[in-house]
Design a binder for this molecule. Sequence first.
Ligand SMILES: C[S@@+](CC[C@H](N)C(=O)[O-])C[C@H]1O[C@@H](n2cnc3c(N)ncnc32)[C@H](O)[C@@H]1O
Length: 345
Amino acid sequence: MNPPAEPEKCPQAGGPRSAASAHAERGSQGNRRTLPATGGWCTMGMSEGARQELGIGRDMTGCDRCAAEAQRAADRPGLGVLRAAGRHLNPPLKWAGGKRWLVPTLRDLWRDHAHRPLVEPFAGGMAVALGLRPGEALLNDVNRHLIHFYRWLQRGLVTGIETCNDKALYYRHRRRFNELIDEGRDDTQEAAELFYYLNRTGYNGLCRFNRKGRFNVPFGRYRTIHYTRDFSHYAPVLSAWQFASRDFEDLQLDPEAFVYADPPYDVEFTSYSAGGFGWEDQVRLAEWLARHPGPVVASNQATERVVRLYRGLGFEIRLLDAPRRISCKGDRSPAREMLALRWQE
Ligand SMILES: C[S@@+](CC[C@H](N)C(=O)[O-])C[C@H]1O[C@@H](n2cnc3c(N)ncnc32)[C@H](O)[C@@H]1O
């Protein structure tokens, strides 16, 4: 008998799943995450009540189709998630302004300084640290949820929550994450797992909070999502690094450190940017960096005033073409990136 064709996406809660049940009946050979048969029902996004009604236990989380996809993603060389500490690691999150594209250029600048600690006051998605792989690093970001997540990666996070690209599940997980914030329990493993899920599933990987500090990003529009469950391969690399979550100016810098600063982009003609990092902060940062005795590299959008600011403080300026970004109006605006460099005297 030919096995039935597998569905394109994870079927929604309560729908019959012939492929999934067939898969479960066959046993999931080659798929290390063996899931039990669920009587032909996908448990993704299924309410507790519905589970009970159908006699599906709490341990039967996730459909095996999604689990198999996640496993394939985890196993695919080059797609990240490599187990050995000596191999490449991709950033685990989607992060606005990620600088993976800049890593080859930064690697050339870093090469002669690789014996130094790397300090990133704006670590964001960690693309640069994971690209350069310093032995010693201080990675800071004012977003405390991000840093909590990285601290759980240091401990070898393996997630257990339900993960599926499902709207109802997304809003349930978002509500739970916000409850944990309200209860002051946003540094727990559960919060870290939810943060990862929300980052992968929410709109464009945005990380946005309302005035009360609650995460308010809507459900995303992805066709398929590969969720990683086992992050334990990050632990050997990250455990040698320090993490902090504060305003950049409150960091204690080792005078020998190599500082790479990648703040939110300067947006010309505004004094306050959407990310809460206004022109005054850009000036405060450039002056703070100019006082550091060790090597400094700063990147930013090459607006006239930013270039003038860093040049005026004695930095060497290099201009690069950044990947084109889609603006909020939908047009693809050409972007120029500035690198401001200052080496030790
Ligand atoms: C452009 S992103 C950094 C991206 C990062 N280089 C990467 O490759 O993913 C800027 C980061 O600065 C952080 N940030 C904003 N204001 C900050 C402040 N005052 N101090 C420290 N971090 C701040 C934001 O949370 C954001 O993650």
